[in-house]
Design a protein around this ligand. Structure first.
Ligand SMILES: Nc1ncnc2c1ncn2[C@@H]1O[C@H](COP(=O)(O)OP(=O)(O)OP(=O)(O)O)[C@@H](O)[C@H]1O
Length: 675
């Protein structure tokens, strides 16, 4: 707001109402002003300007005649805001004591107001980096802001009063602006600087008195556009990361209202099809109405720290969630909940209480999420219904035993015994008696009453011959006979005992190669290899790492009665490791992590330390576990690096920087990875 006292000028010449033209001219000239105020009986009653005096002379009046002054003046308190009055051309400001503080012509007041408003405007737009130049109707520069000075690279002292039209090269005729037209997005050049901006006519009291040019430097603008472009790409990169992530990201405000859902919407957990259906809803209501339990939002808000929990929904879907509070200036602003599903992708094998097979000593749960295991289980359960011999192949620690249990449990023999024989662990001289049993007095040291073999014990049920590749050749012949004849003869016995068993064999060796080397009997191999089922190693089904890691952690937490959780970063490291020892190794590592992590959280650093030790270089070493074509290996390595990079840094721009390739290369590769 502008007050009269801000713009008043001092009154320097006061004359009498009957003073001569000559004396007034003398006084005005000696004071170097162009206005004199007229006094009558100690009161200001009017004013006279140079131009009024000239008019009087021009009309033939003598210099000795009295002046003809104007009286369209108004006295106003100088502390009130500037306003304009009808038929008043000059204002006299009076201070609080009633003394004259100065004067202003209305024209000058309007001019000053424009000037001050421009200065204010300049202050406002200075931060926005907009240049402003104002000229009069002769295009002479009367005002320019600091930004304009900086943009043009020329000092104000040089530019003021110069002809802007002459200095500027523009694609439009500036005369059009003086005719009242606004020119928008005009490119112009001055002092080799390229600008883009708008020209506005400047109107005072309806009269065009000049123009205003508001502009920015093209190069700065282009930089800004590029930056905008970068942010746009960043956004789409992030969106892509979210979309391809296995996690559901919920952003909830401090009151519990769900603001956003990004990443993978866990439909079966919410029992809803679209993420939009939960936006704007109160998260507490879902827990309150038992749609899921527990309420991790409440836990996080209550404990004022990052918390983790396994949540279970009414549809029996289990998810692992980490809720992180976000504070701004000490006040809770949001809670971000990251969740991943841990339930198996296919329904687990149905097992009723009374189903539990007598021989299954410990009940182990088969945990998985990968499509590979889902389809393997599908085949396995179909094969389980028949009586066919099954050969389970897979690296050490992939879970062959657990799959053997699964076959048995899904077979019609599930209520009968399942007997496991570890062919590699029984001393050679005992294998025969263990498998087939012996009659009393069969050999020295033998039980006097004789003993049934494992085949006999498994009768009507299943026998699981683990590590079949370790069976000595002479035993292979005997086993072949049992399989063919479906009967066993105890050592030292004369009778044969008919047996009805389903055989499941398992090996981590390449039996075909052993056959070729003469280490395994071909005829036995074909007898066992009726339904071969290959259990893929963990590195070929990375989706299983996360649910297995959660499962083992839950078991150890229960076993040791402690509370520990992974940070999402820690999970990422576990998922990118090669797992040469498969699930057994994963189980061991999780136990080690529990021991080595001192805090409540198992973080990235402790996982790196447990997996790779202190040796930094080992962490950097790409791990190759099997022979493969070089091209395939390079593609695999590239994929792994990009996936790891996206998980770690989140944007293609940052990943390209770390991998020292162009962002375009990363985008291309990512498109390929996503197919
Ligand atoms: N899908 C799974 N879910 C839960 N636990 C699993 C799973 N697969 C394997 N395990 C666990 O991993 C460990 C190793 O599994 P298992 O002994 O069955 O492997 P294996 O293939 O028979 O190994 P080896 O060839 O060395 O005998 C076991 O403790 C087993 O319970």
């Amino acid at each position: 707001m502008i007050l009269w006292k801000d713009i008043l000028k001092p009154i320097t010449v006061v004359v009498g109402y009957d003073d001569s033209i000559k004396s007034v001219i003398q006084k005005i000239t000696s004071e170097r002003t162009d206005i004199a105020f007229v006094e009558e009986q100690d009161a200001l009653v009017g004013y006279i300007t140079n131009s009024c005096l000239l008019e009087q002379i021009e009309t033939g009046q003598s210099l000795d005649e009295p002046i003809k002054y104007k009286n369209d003046i108004l006295k106003v308190p100088d502390a009130i805001p500037v306003e304009f009055f009808h038929n008043v051309t000059t204002v006299i400001g009076v201070d609080s004591k009633g003394d004259v503080a100065g004067y202003s012509t209305v024209r000058n007041a309007r001019h000053q107001i424009n000037e001050l408003q421009l200065i204010h405007l300049n202050e406002i737009i200075h931060g926005a980096g907009v240049g402003i130049v104002r000229t009069n109707s002769q295009f002479e520069i009367e005002f320019m802001n600091e930004t304009a000075e900086r943009f043009l690279g020329l000092p104000r002292s040089f530019l003021l009063a110069r002809n802007y039209e002459a200095l500027l090269t523009t694609e439009k005729d500036l005369q059009r602006v003086l005719s009242g037209e606004t020119l928008v997005s005009v490119n112009s050049t001055i002092n080799f600087k390229q600008m883009s901006g708008n020209f506005y006519p400047l109107k005072i009291e309806g009269e065009i008195t000049g123009l205003v040019h508001m502009f920015y430097l093209r190069e700065e603008f282009e930089e800004a556009v590029q930056e905008l472009d970068f942010v746009r790409h960043l956004y789409s990169d992030l969106q892509a990361v979210y979309d391809s992530s296995n996690e559901q990201i919920l952003v909830i405000d401090e009151k519990g209202i769900i603001l956003r859902v990004a990443g993978k919407f866990l439909r079966s957990f919410w029992k809803m099809e679209e993420a939009d259906q939960i936006i704007g809803k109160q998260i507490r209501d879902f827990a309150r109405t038992k749609i899921f339990q527990p309420d991790i939002f409440e836990m996080c808000v209550g404990q004022k720290k990052k918390v983790t929990s396994i949540q279970e929904s009414s549809s029996n879907t289990r998810i692992w969630s980490v809720a992180t509070p976000v504070y701004h200036e000490g006040k809770l602003e949001k809670v971000v909940i990251l969740s991943r599903e841990i339930t198996s992708t296919a329904p687990p094998h149905e097992q009723k209480e009374e189903d539990a097979p007598s021989i299954r000593t410990e009940e182990k749960q088969l945990v998985y999420r990968s499509g590979k295991i889902a389809s393997l289980l599908n085949n396995l359960r179909r094969a389980a219904k028949m009586n066919s011999t099954i050969l389970l192949e897979g690296e050490s620690g992939v879970g062959k035993e657990i799959f053997a249990h699964e076959i048995h449990a899904a077979s019609p023999r599930k209520d009968c015994p399942l007997i496991r024989v570890n062919c590699g662990a029984i001393p050679e001289q005992l294998i025969e008696s263990e498998l087939f049993g012996y009659e009393k007095g069969a050999f020295t040291g033998a039980d006097r009453r004789g003993k049934a073999g494992l085949f006999e014990l498994a009768n009507t049920g299943t026998i699981f011959l683990d590590e079949i590749g370790d069976l000595p050749l002479n035993m292979q012949v005997k086993l072949l006979r049992v399989i063919q004849e479906r009967e066993v003869a105890r050592i030292g016995g004369t009778d044969t005992i008919p047996i009805d068993v389903r055989i499941i064999a398992a090996t981590n060796k390449d039996l075909k190669a052993m056959v070729a080397n003469g280490e395994f009997r071909e005829d036995l191999f074909y007898r066992l290899n009726v339904i071969p089922l290959r259990i893929p190693p963990l590195r070929e089904r990375k989706e299983d790492i996360f649910p297995l890691a959660v499962y083992f952690l839950e078991q150890f937490k229960h076993m040791y009665s402690i509370e520990k959780s992974y940070t999402p970063d820690a999970i990422s490291v576990l998922e990118t490791y090669g797992w040469p020892g498969n699930i057994r190794e994963l189980e061991n590592i999780i136990e080690r992590l529990i021991v080595f992590s001192e805090e409540e959280w198992i973080d990235r650093e402790v996982v790196l330390k447990v997996l790779y030790g202190d040796d930094e270089s080992k962490r950097k070493q790409p791990l190759v576990l099997e022979m493969m074509p070089l091209k395939e290996a390079v593609t695999e390595l590239e994929t792994q690096l990009i996936e790891l990079g996206m998980k770690k840094y989140g944007t293609a721009a940052k990943v390209s920087e770390v991998l020292e390739v162009s962002p375009a290369t990363i985008s291309r590769r990512m498109k390929k990875i996503r197919g």
